[in-house]
Design a binder for this molecule. Structure first.
Ligand code: HEC
Length: 199
C-alpha cells in the first residue's frame, strides 16, 4: 500500500462507526455524531430545571436572602450559646457539694491567692474589694449561690471582674468554697460595707 493509500484509509469511515454517520456530505466531508451518554444528558437537564426553579424562588417568590438566612442561623447559634451560658451561670448545689468534697477549700485558697488577693487581700481582709470576712454584704447575700453569682458574673461597674469568663467554672466553685470559709471570721481590715445579714 502506498503512503497515499494509507492516508486515504485514515479518512474512511470504519464499519462499526457507520451508524454514527450523519446523512450529509459537504465537498465530501462527512460527519460522525457521537451522542452524549444518557447519564450526562440527564444530569444536564435536571440541573437546568433546578437552576430555573432556584432562580425563580429566590428572585421572585420571596426566598430568603443570604443575610436573612444568616440571621436565622445565628439566632439558633445564639440560643444554644445562651443555653450553655445559663447552665454555667446557674449555681448547682450538687456540683458545689462535689467540689467542696474534692479538697475544695484548699484548691479554692490557691485560686483565691492567685486571682482575688490583689483586691480582697490576704484572708479576705479587703482593700479595693470589700472585706469578705464580716457579716455585711454588698452584692452577695452570704450564701454559696449568691456568692457564686457575684464571682461568676462580677460587678464590673464597681470593679469586680466576671470570673466566669476568666477562669474555669470549677475554679469559680472552688473560690466560692474558700470565700464561704472566710465568712464571719472577722479579720481586721476594711470596714464593713453593705447590708448586715443575720444568720
Ligand atoms: C480588681 C479587683 C478585684 C478582684 C481581682 C476580685 N474582686 Fe471581688 N470584688 C471587687 C470589688 C470592687 C467588689 C465590690 C463590688 C460592688 O460593690 O458591687 C467585689 C466584690 C466581691 C464579692 C461580693 C462581696 C459583697 O459584699 O457582696 C465577692 C464574694 C468577691 N468579690 C469575691 C471575689 C473572688 C472570689 C475573687 C477572685 C476569683 C475576686 N473577688 C477578685 C474587686 C475585686
Amino acid at each position: 500500500m502506498s503512503s497515499k493509500d494509507q492516508e486515504q484509509d485514515k479518512l474512511l469511515v470504519h464499519e462499526d462507526e457507520k451508524h454514527l454517520l450523519l446523512d450529509h456530505s459537504y465537498d465530501n466531508i462527512q460527519e460522525l455524531n457521537h451522542p452524549l451518554p444518557n447519564w450526562w444528558n440527564t444530569i444536564f437537564i435536571v440541573s437546568t430545571v433546578y437552576a430555573i426553579g432556584y432562580f425563580v424562588y429566590y428572585q421572585y417568590m420571596g426566598g430568603p436572602s443570604l443575610r436573612e438566612e444568616f440571621k436565622k442561623d445565628f439566632t439558633e447559634v445564639a440560643a444554644v450559646r445562651d443555653h450553655f451560658k445559663k447552665q454555667n451561670e446557674i449555681f448547682n448545689p450538687d456540683h458545689y457539694q462535689a467540689i467542696v468534697a474534692d479538697d475544695g477549700l484548699n484548691k479554692g485558697k490557691a485560686v483565691y491567692e492567685l486571682n482575688c488577693m490583689p483586691c480582697h487581700m490576704e484572708r479576705g481582709a479587703g482593700d479595693v474589694g470589700p472585706n469578705l470576712t464580716d457579716d455585711h454584704w454588698i452584692v452577695a447575700k452570704g450564701t454559696p449561690d449568691t456568692v457564686y453569682q457575684v464571682v461568676f458574673n462580677g460587678s464590673e461597674e464597681n470593679g469586680m471582674p466576671a470570673w466566669g469568663q476568666l477562669i474555669p467554672k470549677d475554679e469559680v466553685y472552688q473560690a466560692v468554697a474558700y470565700v464561704m470559709s472566710l465568712k464571719n471570721t472577722f479579720v481586721k481590715g476594711k470596714e464593713p460595707q453593705g447590708e448586715k445579714i443575720e444568720e
